[in-house]
Design a protein. Structure first.
Length: 117
């Protein structure tokens, strides 16, 4: 692991809650919690911390989107099961037997019944 990452992780381990997505603010926080004499090194660490925090936020958002998508899929599957349950018909000959029809079969059945009447 290179020096910038190592130093950034050391700072983040102890002070992660103080940092955000703004580079300038992160640079000021870094000044408050540490003594870094090299302006270039301070900027690189603050930049890496900013990049790291933004990446974490982006990954968390992606994770939440996946969870919401899976919930949506589950709800859709439950809706499909409800539709399938409502398409069951009982036959007059035997009340215990059940005929399961999808929507297209049900429409054809209704059309045939109308023509026979």
């Amino acid at each position: 692991m290179d020096r910038i990452k190592r130093l950034s992780y050391e700072v983040l381990d102890e002070h992660k809650s103080k940092f955000g997505v703004d580079f300038a603010d992160n640079k000021q926080v870094l000044n408050q919690i540490s003594i870094i004499r090299s302006k270039g090194l301070k900027n690189e660490i603050a930049g890496y911390i900013t990049k790291f925090i933004k990446k974490e936020i982006r990954e968390e958002k992606t994770k939440q989107d996946r969870i919401e998508a899976s919930r949506s899929i589950t709800e859709t599957e439950q809706d499909i099961e409800i539709v399938n349950d409502s398409s069951e018909l009982s036959t007059p000959e035997d009340d215990d037997s059940v005929i399961v029809m999808d929507n297209s079969t049900s429409e054809v059945s209704e059309t045939v019944e109308e023509k026979t009447e």
